[in-house]
Design a protein around this ligand. Structure first.
Ligand code: UDX
Length: 437
């Protein structure tokens, strides 16, 4: 099938390459010329494990091409809109400028029987509004909403073998046509048994925001427990292991630490609260305000714990922050807790060096005032304290004895609870974790 993918960021680039891998003929379109020329050359414009290999593999088949011209979408039967919905400046609500622009530019190129599919995370009601516009500007085409649940760092696997497909469609024959087209697009994973749910627009939009709200709540729940553990001397990691053994709870997403960040969870819970307010249902989501507050409090707490590690004062202390990305296996620094803490430490008088295997270029753009060092060994040299905030494998596997020979003072704050406290203490380190003794 001929497919177009509008927007080639973390979501769209992976989606385009994955659809070509499934055997379709795909055109990826983006307004960013740099991104498109990188993709045309078979290079991933951001760090995502497996994406460079996938791009090389599918480009050899000739089934994947890229363009900055929306007119090149014409002739495709299914058009996926994968543009971003960031938080509006100074507000909680989502900024729909890019979604609206993408659909409005696409409409003139839609032909009878085409399916325009939104994949972006949008406030509930957006699809119905766009369907009304489509009826006027692209009669004969059908609008569907097919939310994406991929995690950065696992995007290729999550796209090719997702947990489930959700199709938000209109009632009647138009909806049946959209379902049939999407079934054809996803024929391979569907044949392998991936479940698919066919629902109305509003439910499809809400599935995505509800899922992200649940995940954010789970993380803030365990971080609230970490606060209680800190007040009582209990150990939040052992607590998470024990409650996670209850199948109804599950151990995943119960890792206490510096909290969640990234381009999705923080802005999605805020946009959800804003939308609920518009709908007169704000009371239903007031708990998300608390989820957000617990999450932000973790960052302040990590700064305080670092000050304690540094004998009560950050002034003049050389602090090495291990990690800049919002999570490992990603170069994404949007709302990264690691960078937010690094900036706070620096503002409070410390001399901060940030290191990260992949995210330093992006970090420099966001926080040019911080010092960055790509070599871990160099970054660790002569530090008074280490603060581990993104749990890359190479930091989880640091040897406490070897690192001890590089630093000036053996202080470490494990902001993700991924190190073995006994091993570090036995090597002479002053170790602090989150919600644990
Ligand atoms: C998330 C959703 O998981 C995904 O389904 C959706 O499509 C987009 O948003 P992503 O932002 O890539 O994906 O990252 P995720 O793995 O969910 O992690 C989000 C944040 O939570 C990270 O900062 C991570 O470090 C943090 N986290 C995660 C914790 O602090 N503790 C945990 O136990 C798990």
């Amino acid at each position: 099938m001929r497919i177009s993918v509008i927007g080639c960021g973390y979501l769209g680039a992976v989606h385009a390459a994955s659809m070509a891998k499934l055997g379709h003929e795909v055109i990826g379109i983006d307004v960013d010329e740099r991104k498109i020329s990188e993709l045309q050359a078979g290079r991933a414009p951001f760090f995502e494990p497996g994406l460079p290999e996938l791009l090389t593999e599918v480009q050899e088949t000739g089934r994947l091409s890229f363009s900055t011209n929306m007119a090149d979408a014409e002739g495709a039967r299914v058009h996926f809109v994968c543009v971003g919905t960031p938080q509006r400046k100074g507000e909680n609500a989502a900024d729909l400028t890019y979604v609206d622009a993408a659909f409005n530019e696409l409409f003139p190129y839609l032909n009878e029987g085409d399916i325009a599919v939104g994949k972006s995370t949008v406030p509930v009601g957006t699809a119905a509004r766009l369907a009304d516009l489509a009826a006027d500007k692209a009669p004969g085409a059908v609008l569907a909403w097919n939310p994406e649940f991929l995690r950065e760092g696992h995007a290729v696997k999550d796209t090719l073998t997702p947990d489930r497909f959700v199709y938000g469609i209109p009632a009647g024959p138009a909806g049946e046509a959209a379902t049939a087209a999407l079934d054809e697009v996803y024929a391979t994973p569907l044949a392998d048994g991936t479940p698919r749910l066919v629902v109305d627009y509003a439910t499809a939009e809400l599935v995505k925001t509800a899922a992200n709200s649940f995940l954010a709540t789970k993380i803030s729940f365990i971080n609230a427990m970490a606060e209680v553990c800190e007040a009582t001397g209990a150990d939040v990691t052992a607590l998470a292991d024990a409650i996670g053994m209850d199948e109804r709870i599950g151990r995943k997403f119960l890792n206490a630490g510096v909290g969640f960040g990234g381009g999705c969870l923080p802005k999605d819970i805020r946009a959800f609260m804003a939308r609920a307010g518009e709908l007169g249902a704000d009371q239903a989501l007031t708990f998300l305000r608390e989820v957000d507050a617990i999450n932000m409090r973790r960052r302040t707490r990590v700064v305080e714990l670092t000050r304690e590690l540094c004998s009560g004062s950050l002034i003049g202390k050389r602090i090495t922050v291990l990690g800049a990305a919002f999570k490992p296996e990603s170069d994404d620094v949007r709302d990264s807790p690691a960078l937010s803490v690094a900036a706070q430490l620096q503002l409070q008088g410390a001399t901060v060096t940030v290191t990260d295997p992949e995210a330093l270029a992006n970090a420099k753009v966001r926080f040019p005032e911080l010092a960055y060092e790509p070599e871990t060994k160099t970054a660790l040299a002569r530090a008074h304290a280490l603060v581990l905030l993104t749990e890359w494998k190479e930091y989880r596997e640091l040897d406490p004895a070897a690192v001890g020979n590089l630093v000036d003072d053996k202080n470490i704050l494990d902001g993700r609870n991924v190190l073995n406290p006994t091993a570090w203490r036995d090597a002479g380190w002053h170790y602090k974790g989150i919600g644990r003794q």
